[in-house]
Design a protein around this ligand. Structure first.
Ligand code: SF4
Ligand code: SF4
Length: 441
C-alpha cells in the first residue's frame, strides 16, 4: 500500500512503525473472510482491510479520530485472526494498538462511554476492587432489565450478565518447596483470573510441583496491562508492565528463571509483546525483551518437558476451544491438543475454530450485541461436537462461553493436573467419563 506520510510525521517512531506495517498491505482482502466482525456484519469497514484504510487515513492526515473511525475500530475484537490469514505479514496488532492510543488521545467520547471505560480500567485490573464489583453485581442483578432500557447503560447490563453467581474465596498462591528441583519458573497470578478462578493457578502449581519444578512468586506483580492496553490507555498499560518486569527481573537476577508461566493466553500475548512496547525505553528495553523471551503459556512449557505417563486415562471427549490470543496471538495450536490427547482425552474440534467467541478482554462488556452473536455462534459449534466438557486456556473465553451454555468449561491445565494425579475439577464432578477411569498406578 502506498503511503504519503511526511518526514516530520515519520520522525515519530510509533508513526514510522505503523507506516512500515501499512506498506506491507497489498489490499488482497484475504483477511476479510476470517474476520469475525466482517463475517457477522458484512461491512467492509468492519473488516481488517477496511479498518486498515481508516487507520491510514487518520494517521496520514494527522487528524483527530472521528466518530466513524472510532465506531469501526471499537468493533474490532483484536482477535488477530487477520494476522494468521494475511499472506503479507501485516502486523495488524501493532497497527490497531497505535490507532487505539491515537483515539484515546484525540477523541472525546460521549459521557457514558467515558464513564464505562474509566470504571472498567479502574476495576478489572485490581483483584480486590474486581471482587467487590462482582459482589455488587449480585445486588444489581434484579435491576438488570431496568438498566437494559437505557442504551448508554448496556455495558452495565452486560457486566451483570457475565458476573458469576458465586465468587470463589480469595486464595493466596502457595508455592511448595521442592527438594532438588529440575526447573525454576515464576507464575503470573494476574488480576481477573485470580478472582474468578484461583483453582487454575493452584492446579498449575500442583502439576509443576509433581514434575519437580519449583514455582516462585515475585514480590511485585499484577495485571499484565492487556485490559487497559486494548482500550488505548497506553500509559496505564506501560505502568502495569513495568511493575511486572521489575518483579520478574528480581527473580531472574536472583536465582534465574527457566520460564515465566502464564495460564491466561490473553495475558501471554501482551507479555510476549513487552519487548516491543519498551523498545525505545533505554531503562526497560533489555529487561522487557528478556521477560518476553521467558514468557511461556503453560501448555508451551509443559510440551517442552519430558512428561511421565498419566496416572489415569480419563477416556473422555473434550471440545477444545482455542482462544484467539492462543492460536492467533501466540501461534500456539498443537501443544494443548497434543497434551490433552496424551493425557487420555479425546479432543473434538468445533467448527469455525478460528472465529472469536466474543470475549476479547472488555469487548463483551463494551460491545455486548456483537459479542453475544459471536458467543452464540461459538456455543452452537461447540455443542455440535457432542463433547460433555470444553477445554480452553483463557479465563475470558471461559467466562464468555459459560454465559451461553450449561457445559462445564475447564482450563486445559486443570484437566492435565487431574490426569497426572491431581483432583478431578469440581465443575465436572457430575460427569462420568465415557470409559471408566483406569488407574494406571
Ligand atoms: S483483529 Fe479480529 S476483529 Fe479485528 S480486524 Fe482482525 S480479524 Fe477482524
Ligand atoms: S490479507 Fe493482509 S495484505 Fe491482504 S488486505 Fe488483509 S492485511 Fe492487507
Amino acid at each position: 500500500m502506498q503511503t504519503r506520510f511526511t518526514s516530520a510525521q515519520l520522525a515519530d517512531p510509533a508513526t514510522a512503525h505503523s507506516e512500515a506495517i501499512l506498506r506491507k498491505c497489498v489490499h488482497c482482502g484475504f483477511c476479510t473472510a476470517t474476520c469475525p466482525t466482517y463475517v457477522e456484519l458484512g461491512n467492509e469497514l468492519d473488516s481488517p482491510r477496511g479498518r486498515i484504510y481508516l487507520i491510514k487515513d487518520m494517521l496520514e492526515n494527522g487528524r483527530p479520530a472521528d466518530k466513524e473511525t472510532v465506531t469501526h475500530i471499537d468493533r474490532c475484537l483484536s482477535c488477530l485472526s487477520c494476522m494468521t490469514t494475511c499472506p503479507s505479514g501485516v502486523n495488524y496488532m501493532h497497527l490497531v494498538d497505535h490507532a487505539r492510543a491515537h483515539i484515546e488521545q484525540t477523541y472525546n467520547r460521549p459521557f457514558f462511554d467515558r464513564l464505562n471505560r474509566a470504571l472498567l480500567a479502574r476495576t478489572l485490573p485490581y483483584p480486590r476492587r474486581f471482587r467487590f464489583a462482582l459482589k455488587l453485581a449480585r445486588i444489581g442483578q434484579p435491576f438488570k432489565s431496568l438498566l437494559g432500557l437505557v442504551p448508554a447503560l448496556k455495558p452495565l447490563t452486560a457486566m451483570l450478565d457475565l458476573a458469576p453467581s458465586a465468587v470463589p474465596s480469595p486464595q493466596s498462591l502457595e508455592t511448595p518447596r521442592i527438594a532438588n528441583p529440575v526447573g525454576r519458573v515464576a507464575i503470573l497470578s494476574g488480576c481477573a483470573q485470580s478472582v474468578l478462578d484461583p483453582e487454575i493457578n493452584a492446579a498449575t502449581i500442583r502439576l509443576l510441583a509433581r514434575l519437580g519444578i519449583e514455582v516462585v512468586a515475585p514480590k511485585r506483580e499484577g495485571c499484565c496491562g492487556a485490559l487497559v492496553h486494548h482500550m488505548g490507555r497506553e500509559g496505564e498499560a506501560l505502568g502495569f508492565a513495568r511493575n511486572n518486569i521489575d518483579g520478574w527481573s528480581d527473580l531472574i537476577d536472583n536465582g534465574g528463571l527457566d520460564a515465566i508461566i502464564i495460564t491466561a493466553s490473553g495475558c501471554g500475548t501482551t507479555i510476549k509483546d513487552y519487548g516491543h512496547m519498551f523498545r525505545l525505553d533505554p531503562a526497560y528495553a533489555a529487561k522487557a525483551a528478556r521477560v518476553s523471551a521467558l514468557a511461556k503459556d503453560i501448555t508451551e512449557y509443559l510440551s517442552s518437558l519430558d512428561l511421565p505417563e498419566p496416572v489415569i486415562t480419563p477416556g473422555m471427549e473434550v471440545a477444545y476451544h482455542s482462544a484467539c490470543s492462543m492460536q492467533h496471538g501466540q501461534k500456539i495450536t498443537r501443544e494443548p491438543r497434543q497434551l490433552l490427547s496424551r493425557a487420555g482425552f479425546v479432543v473434538k474440534e468445533p467448527r469455525e475454530g478460528h472465529l472469536c467467541c466474543g470475549s476479547a478482554g472488555t469487548y463483551n462488556i463494551l460491545q455486548p450485541e456483537i459479542s453475544r452473536r459471536l458467543r452464540d455462534r461459538k456455543v452452537g459449534n461447540i455443542e455440535q461436537t457432542g463433547a460433555p466438557i470444553v477445554a480452553t486456556g483463557n479465563i475470558g473465553c471461559m467466562t464468555q462461553i459459560a454465559s451461553g451454555t450449561t457445559l462445564p468449561i475447564i482450563h486445559t491445565v486443570q484437566l492435565l493436573d487431574w490426569a497426572y494425579g491431581g483432583p478431578k475439577p469440581d465443575t465436572m464432578a457430575h460427569i462420568a467419563p465415557a470409559h471408566p477411569v483406569k488407574e494406571l498406578t
